[in-house]
Design a protein around this ligand. Sequence first.
Ligand code: APR
Length: 250
Amino acid sequence: MCDNFSQQVEQAADWIRSAERLSAMTGAGVSAESGVPTFRGAGGLWEGRRAEEMATPEAFRADPACVWRFYNMRRDRLLQCAPNAAHQALAEIEKDRTDFCLITQNVDGLHRAAGSRNVVELHGDIWIDRCGVCDYAERVTEVSQAPIPRCPKCDGMMRPGVVWFGETLPPDAIDAAQTAAAQCAVMLVIGTSSMVQPAASLAMVAQHHGAKVIEINPESTPLTADANLVIAEKAGTAMAAIAKALSQPE
Ligand code: APR
């Protein structure tokens, strides 16, 4: 395994260039440089707070207004955030390929804002409100002033369009992610603690089918020991360098 950053970038670019299909899996770390807090670690959203207090159907049933305050706080913060160099590099890489699938656990919409097109949002989209009773859903762009938004169709309580702990992932998203993992020749795993299933197992699915797995994360994770290449750098630095290497003639 190469231990110097520029060699690692060259190695990653070589594998990506020759890969017939490319996938990437991103987590909260890819948005950290945009000012979006991660979930785990210092300053993370779950620090000093149990995820079950805010991100489960039980929490919503017990105190919907409290859960809405948490999501409104996150939406408020996201309104101040823009895509960073990592989001932009991923969108840039996609422009030159037809076989690129970007799987994300993030709900912040920053990949699409950067111009990525083939994005699988495994954990939903924080900018969708959906009814907890009927099938009504709508995209929102502002933070609601109502303590609990109501459904315009059936007056049921609206909830954020994200996947909570204990809920199943959208079947289309998990199918698309599993297919992309099984078919790719290279999978980039960027800015995720690789602790939440089933997302965390997709890198292993890819590797099991013969793909090279490249992890980009300044910290080690449960994936680190198995990755074919580890770039222990921030996502913005590493992805900008990889996109630059790919844009240059071999
Ligand atoms: N560049 C790359 N990685 C970074 C950066 C950065 N600038 N900053 C932090 N990281 C890494 C951290 O080292 C950590 O491993 O990003 C990872 C963030 O981990 P988590 O906060 O656990 O985020 P994620 O893996 O996306 O969480 C998965 O858990 O609570 C849920 O539903 C939520 O989708 C989320 C899921």
